[in-house]
Design a protein around this ligand. Structure first.
Ligand code: PLP
Length: 401
């Protein structure tokens, strides 16, 4: 017998498991709205043109080698990533108060930050929104932090529970870490307004709560990279400290390249340099150094004015297609006279709509209509296309009747 014969089967990941189930479904007409990955109007994955161009430039550059990157990754990539999120003329960058390390996409950036905080920060409790991306509690718990939640979503309004959020952060212990979705909150699609962000900032600074932004969708919410970075920049502008985990999975379509960055904004260049030295001691025994290809693609695009400009156009096109899907789904439900208020489909922001459908209704839609989504009723608008809108609308209509 195997020395591992006692090992029990682990449950499927609740998000990635949706795709496993979808792939097993033999139905010729089926729809996967589970995973947050962009699909074209033809339902196909998209490699951005600007990424193909950057890859051609890299291949034709004979000076390029496949040597190891430093522990902290590609220097150009790190500098440009910080500029992208904090703004080209950010005083924090100019004053060398930011340390940026290349990590394995958004997830890896969260994990490296979590382990650094668990070892070097005095308050090992992190508050995450309720609900949040399903991986957050696992990443932070395994990193050694104690995870608590703050109220975020109000199911009755399908909007922000702003009062609950302020109360929960207001009663958090001084110094606690607070995870904030920089924009396009996953799974709810509900973001604070800029006035509400300012309110949150004041409260957090008054209690010395440590902001930790998860920025997985910069550019995907509004179609503008700068507009989507506004909440982060608001917190950096007051001179205080914060952390930011950036992902290029969605906004550059580099999902499988696993390219992202962790930036920590500090009070002084001296602290920043010491913090970076400790980030290296987290990374080295975890995976030694990050991969070179994805970061080279990103750096090539970010440092070239024309490629950058092309990227913003392609990014806007993706964001606009998602917004069109919101309008089409809303109209299709209205045309069917589906009971209920569906205006949240239009109001929510980013890749996802938090439909308000419960797990039984979701199971019904999967069984009867071959429409796949997470059991919390979250649908990826980026996975929808015009041809499939009637199927989804029929499924929702039947589920709520
Ligand atoms: N954070 C949030 C809120 C997400 O939705 C995701 C992806 O779905 C991630 C982080 C991490 O994604 P990745 O590790 O692919 O960059």
């Amino acid at each position: 017998g195997s020395v591992f014969s006692h090992v029990v089967r682990a449950p499927e990941d609740p998000i990635l498991g949706v795709t496993v189930a979808y792939n097993k479904d033999p139905s010729p007409v089926k729809l996967n709205l589970g995973v947050g990955a962009y699909r074209t109007e033809e339902g196909k994955p998209l490699v951005l043109n600007v990424v193909k161009k950057a890859e051609r430039l890299l291949i034709n550059d004979s000076s390029r080698v496949k040597e190891y990157l430093p522990i902290v990754g590609l220097a150009d990539f790190n500098k440009l990533s910080a500029k992208l999120i904090f703004g080209a003329d950010s005083p924090a960058i100019k004053e060398n108060r930011v340390t940026t390390v290349q990590c394995l996409s958004g997830s890896g950036s969260l994990r490296v930050a979590g382990e650094f905080l668990a070892h070097h920060y005095h308050q090992c409790v992190i508050y995450i929104p309720q609900p949040t991306w399903g991986n957050h509690p696992k990443v932070f718990t395994l990193a050694g932090l104690s995870v608590k939640t703050y109220r975020y979503y109000d199911p009755t309004t399908r909007g922000l529970n702003f009062q609950g959020l302020l109360e929960d952060l207001g009663s958090a212990p001084s110094g606690a870490i607070v995870l904030l979705h920089a924009c396009a909150h996953n799974p709810t699609g509900v973001d604070p307004t800029i006035e509400q962000w300012e309110h949150i900032r004041k409260l957090m600074r008054s209690k010395a709560l440590l902001p930790f932004f998860d920025s997985a969708y910069q550019g995907f919410a509004s179609g503008s990279l700068d507009a989507d970075a506004q909440p982060v920049r608001l917190f950096v502008a007051d001179g205080g400290e914060c952390l930011v985990a950036q992902s290029y999975a969605k906004n550059l379509g580099l999902y499988g390249e696993r390219v992202g960055a962790l930036s920590i904004v500090l009070r002084s260049a001296d602290v920043a340099s010491r913090v970076e030295s400790q980030l290296k001691t987290v990374i080295r025994p975890m995976y030694s150094s990050p991969p070179i290809h994805g970061a080279s693609i990103v750096a090539t695009i970010l440092k070239d004015r024309n490629l950058f400009q092309e990227w913003t156009v392609e990014l806007k096109a993706m964001a606009d297609r998602i917004i069109r899907m919101r309008q089409q789904l809303f109209e299709a439900l209205r045309a069917r006279g589906t009971p209920g208020d569906w205006t949240h489909i239009l109001k929510q922001i980013g890749m996802f709509t938090f439909t308000g459908l419960n797990s039984e209704q979701v199971a019904f839609m999967t069984k009867e209509y071959h429409v796949y989504m997470t059991s919390d009723g979250r649908i990826s608008m980026a996975g929808l296309n015009t041809k499939m809108v009637p199927l989804l609308a029929d499924a929702i209509h039947a589920a709520v009747m």
